[in-house]
Write a protein that binds this ligand. Structure first.
Ligand code: TMP
Length: 208
């Protein structure tokens, strides 16, 4: 089963990822992330830092996703493992729709087309949502921020995420990131256990 955690910078999704490693330790999940599960991810981080060019950056994110699927996600799913990824394809749709605006004609359509046919759609996606002003207070000072971490960018990115959640209500679970961290972590951990139980029932049902 593939679970993804999404949300704008400062939404607490990385702390959630960490907390889940304790709360779900008995399930022995594979914890992974985008960008960064392979060396391609290191190049993505470099491209982000140097603000090299939006198309270069976008295609590197896709390359990182392909390497992540090949090296981490597919092998783990083939072994029947639970995979929990901090960011995944929805990050590309939500962020690159903003960074590629005015550069390619239909940024989101282009991004989705690049994934179609070979990506693996997550079973559940937990979307951490909070007011952008609050997210910004949780980030590093202005001078040290990545170029995505600007108010107007994050507002658009979060709106994109919310529109995906509306379009795919069975996959997305919206998480109130203003709640205390341990409450959020417990809620998500419990929801993942329920999802795993439902998945097992479905598989058993198919066999009969
Ligand atoms: P991180 O802070 O969660 O490690 O992610 C690094 C930044 O990269 C973050 O600002 C979101 C951005 N990002 C994209 O723009 N597109 C993507 O596909 C991914 C995975 C991240």
């Amino acid at each position: 089963m593939l679970i993804t955690l999404e949300g704008i910078d400062g939404s607490g999704k990385s702390s959630l990822h960490e907390a889940l490693s304790e709360l779900l330790a008995d399930l022995d999940p594979v914890f992974t992330r985008e960008p960064g599960a392979t060396w391609v991810g290191d190049q993505v981080r470099r491209a982000i830092k140097e603000q090299i060019d939006p198309v270069t950056e976008a295609t590197l994110f896709v390359a990182d996703h392909a390497a992540h699927l090949a090296k981490v996600v597919r092998p783990a799913l083939a072994e029947g493992r639970l995979v929990i990824s901090d960011r995944y394809s929805d990050s590309r749709y939500a962020y690159q729709s903003v960074t590629l605006q005015g550069i390619v004609p239909d940024p989101e359509g282009w991004m989705r087309a690049m994934h179609n046919g070979w990506t693996i759609v997550p079973d559940k996606t937990f979307l951490c949502v909070l007011p952008v002003d609050e997210a910004l207070t949780r980030l590093k000072p202005d001078s040290e921020r990545e170029h995505f971490e600007k108010h107007e960018t994050l507002v658009k990115v979060q709106d994109n995420y919310l529109s995906y959640a509306k379009a795919e209500p069975a996959r997305f679970v919206i998480v109130d990131a203003m709640l205390p961290q341990d409450t959020v972590a417990k809620f998500v951990a419990d929801a993942i256990r329920v999802e795993l139980g439902a998945g097992m029932k479905k598989r058993k049902g198919r066999r009969v």
